[in-house]
Design a protein around this ligand. Sequence first.
Ligand SMILES: NC(=O)c1ccc[n+]([C@@H]2O[C@H](COP(=O)([O-])OP(=O)(O)OC[C@H]3O[C@@H](n4cnc5c(N)ncnc54)[C@H](O)[C@@H]3O)[C@@H](O)[C@H]2O)c1
Length: 354
Amino acid sequence: MLKIGVPKEIKPMEGRVSLVPSAVAEIVHNQGTEYVETGAGELSGFDDQQYQDSGATIVDNADALFTAAELLVKVKEPIADDLKRLRSDHVLFCYLHLAANISLLEKLKKLGLLAIAFETVESRGKLPLLAPMSEVAGRVAVQSGAHFLHESMGGRGVLLGGATATERGQVTVLGAGTAGTFAIKEAAAMGANITVFDLNADALTRVREFGPNITALYPSKNVIERVLKITDLLIGAVLIPGEAAPKLVTREMVKNMPEGSVIVDIAIDQGGCVETIRPTDYRQPTYVEEGVVHMGVTNLPGAVPRTSSEALSAAILPYVLQLARGAVDESPALKAGINVANGKIVHPALISLV
Ligand SMILES: NC(=O)c1ccc[n+]([C@@H]2O[C@H](COP(=O)([O-])OP(=O)(O)OC[C@H]3O[C@@H](n4cnc5c(N)ncnc54)[C@H](O)[C@@H]3O)[C@@H](O)[C@H]2O)c1
């Protein structure tokens, strides 16, 4: 069995941890060896003692963790010093989003390690390791959007559900997959009017049935343009797996949105589906461009690490066990998740990018 290491995340204000103590106990029960960096679970509500009680060895710092571990199970892509700690014999298992990060793709290729991205692990046409965080991100996007619509936050001062003798707020959602679906549910529960666009007719039928305040449409450019003129909150949630997100909203369309409206582009980790969006983090989550508040936080679920870590850990655990056993070849789902191996780019959506 490969020795598993869980480092402390170092992305600014990222409180998630990849494996929670109950998952570690499961790994140890299956004869696995688990190292956890001290404090890795702290912001998710799990202290070192809980990991120790689950059978993990706590290591003092990231250097020791990367040295001891063969299989690194992280949440976000490696950045800064973590990149210097990676070796060619490491297996890296985490979110990578390499289509939007060519320099990291090149670095991982040069390192020669095996890098498997959570978001491209595919089972029966589904993305089981993206889905739990998309669920959280969809909900957080609407909660955050509602907050940034407050006048005191630079927004246009609209309450999404409206009030007696007022109109309801207008939420527009691009993409009715997992993130889009949960954004729609959250916005519908708040009482907003919702218009959702997707290429997939089945997805449109499904989300339309959530309630009478939901209109589901094909994403024709002129229809998106028309709806954006009356939109208070735009949520970007489209995905073509492994590829950069298609740009559905141009700068011109953003210019024509109401002053003080808000965009939360969940698809920012794949480059974003709005021309004016750029990556931000929770230290300074928004900026204003063309009079519209933009939120491009690449780790939206990081705001709710207690919920997110448990959901993520449960989803990845079976795959971590397979990887630790060295059984990648027996798992079509894990094989689909391989982005880089032995100095070569393996994922079809990435091959043409370098
Ligand atoms: N920022 C974050 O913190 C965060 C967290 C989780 C997920 N994400 C991202 O959110 C995005 C959505 O993820 P998901 O799990 O919901 O994906 P998904 O595959 O479940 O859904 C994507 C939807 O987009 C639709 N789509 C694709 N191209 C389209 C187009 N041109 N026009 C209209 N619809 C189109 C698809 O038909 C599909 O229904 C991804 O980029 C994912 O990486 C970001």
